[in-house]
Write a protein that binds this ligand. Sequence first.
Ligand SMILES: *Cc1c(COP(=O)(O)O)cnc(C)c1O
Length: 372
Amino acid sequence: MQSASLAGESLPSPSFRFEPSAAPVTASERAAQLVDPGFGKVFTDHMALIRWSESDGWHDAAITARRPLTIDPSMAVLHYAQEIFEGLKAYRTANGGTVMFRPEANAKRFRDSARRLAMPELPDELFLESCRLLVKTEADWIPTVEGGALYLRPFMIASEAFLGVKPSAEYLYMVIASSVGAYWKGGARAISVWVSETYARAAAGGTGAAKCGGNYAASLVAQAEGIREGCDQVVFLDAAERRWVEELGGMNIFFVFDDGTLLTPPLTGTILPGITRDSIIQLARDQGLAVREELYSFEQWRADAGSGRLTEAFACGTAAVVTPIGQVASAHGRFTIGSGGTGQLTQRMLDSLTAIQRGQAPDPHGWLSPVA
Ligand SMILES: *Cc1c(COP(=O)(O)O)cnc(C)c1O
């Protein structure tokens, strides 16, 4: 029996079977769905699927009709949450091409998450090829609305039917695609955040740096608490001291100061290493701005907002790209950042990043991956 990582590396890449959907959505129905797609509601006709087993490694790769799965109720993922996922977007560029944004970074992070969850590592070529082939198949599903994109959701589940507690002997890797519009309806208005002093998202040695469904399951009660308090999103503090700002439930966070510098919490193992975070650090430095990756306490955040030293804050991630933070609330009271609206530098970061993603600005770091 081969170990998970060995099988993943040593087997030749399977080529993908193409099994077109027998009942694709008609062009006119699709057009109707793409008028106002929202986020994560409109799905395309096909999906990518690859199986892994201890005996065969990665095999049975296909682009096939999107359909419900038939699963055994004892399937490991349903009981022990051995699951990881990714999120990336494909865009139609200004010159009519189709590109994915930094898919190589998602492929690497998917392997990192797999290692942490004791799952086999999907070779980068298979991750990239599955995404590329699906986007190629579903290019007509990229909405032309403002902020429109094809959101890809690669994920892997432990598919063995067995209740014993151990890494599964079988896995299912899939990619589904969703036509999306702008994440926040009505544009990037500033959001309010609830700083949870009750719940933590991730602790040292835990799974905070892995993109796994379990992290989200653990964050939902805090998100509900935030909603009850009238806020849009939750900010988590570190689990040990409940002092240092870490990130939101699904987005990283940046702070902007009156001297024009930026600060974002460092990747200490409890924070998800966002690709948008990494891209913004690079873009800011390209523009001559200083970016510090440093611990920042909630106490300091409140003090700096009060003194005016902190002028802006924003959250970032693939889905919403850049989201200004206007209001902050916690059990200890509320405060406003800057004017409470969208700051100048926040807007500039959003504009520069989306211009690259849509092929409207030069791509000096080679972030766009053509889907030809
Ligand atoms: C996915 C995710 C992010 C953002 O990562 P991107 O690569 O920028 O999309 C941030 N935090 C958490 C917890 C996430 O799951």
